[in-house]
Design a binder for this molecule. Sequence first.
Ligand SMILES: *Cc1c(COP(=O)(O)O)cnc(C)c1O
Length: 419
Amino acid sequence: MDKSFPPPAGSSGDIPDKNLSGHTLTGWGSLAVHGGHRQDPMYAHQTPIYASSTYVFDTAEQGMRRFSGEEDGYIYSRWGNPTITEAEEKIAALETFGLGIEVKGILHSSGMAAISTLMLATLKPGDKILTHYSLYGGTDELATKILPSFGITAIITDLRDLNKTEQVLKSDTAIKMMYLETPANPTIQCVDIEELSKLAKQYKCIVACDNTFATPYLQQPFGYPVDFIVHSTTKFLNGHGTAIGGILLGKDLEFMKTHCTKVHRLLGGNSNPFDAFLLTQGIKTLEVRMERHCHNAMEVAGFLEQHDAIAKVNYTGLASHPDHYTAMKQMRHPGAMMSFELKDGLQAGIDLMNNLKMCVRTVSLGTVDTLLSHPASMTHYSVPGSERERYGITDGLIRMNVGIENIQDIITDLDQALH
Ligand SMILES: *Cc1c(COP(=O)(O)O)cnc(C)c1O
């Protein structure tokens, strides 16, 4: 692998799992396999899909104790479910590996549901969110089209400019949250989690970070003064494109267990046991998948960079990427996502997409297969060209999730499709 990328701080972690009796695992991959697992009462090897909406009480008194919180135990699956708990505890363990802290995760029906709970649990009318312009489309629309009707607005700036960011923070005391997403589509921009979270804390802002593209294997935002992490678990965490899901993780355990849990339960964006089961199985191979994804991505970026049909490759593993050093500082490897621009624009993009044999034409990311999409003819077809360019979406831009297939097959397919 690309040795210039440093591993995140910390090299060992404790598994908060009673079944391991305090035994410490020193490898991240071991935690991905075993973290969060509890012995099933029926001795099933895999935690079953607990397809049950409610849970029974032995006695009325036990029901009272469960409802009052005096006794731990499940009541209703919108509030919690054993299959869901395993996925939550596994991701929480991975996000804190080697950091010596404990966080709580709440699994949601989607990444957007997790982000919605975050916003509505932490912000009130009059509050503002400070964020960067290359946000996930859904998050951008939530912040600019939905939250304003609750009196919450967003200020969008270039968070890579620390001086400008400080000016904005200084000039507006209504800013209550700094929201980061790094790396981000479409040009794989990265923002500096350490510098920005420290700055936000000087101005008493809470800091949230969308860690979907990196996953906790490549990047651990909780190692910095970041309060909340969100993920679309639909992507690399699940890894196989089999379920939509999201998670919200928080450092303030008291807040997570009280107000945040209440907001999650009442908004009703809960996950379900089947999707949680698929997620847990997917995460077990996250380390081996990410190693292969990133290795393949670096090779593909090198191939594309020297190809005649291509004007530009946006990949943080390349020294030519403007955020190469930010990515190097905070990520173990530069990730599996890239984009590139075809010299011949729209028609070249359409031709490339139509010529693919093995690689898959679809949106989304994070799956084991290589996926390509052409925003100008697909997701952003109805958006006027001038507006698209504001988001860096040129006519010949291709977005790619580099999969874990054999590298030669990926390159051969791209090469024949480019001819
Ligand atoms: C997909 C995605 C989301 C939204 O997640 P869903 O699971 O589709 O709701 C949020 N952030 C990023 C970075 C994403 O890629």
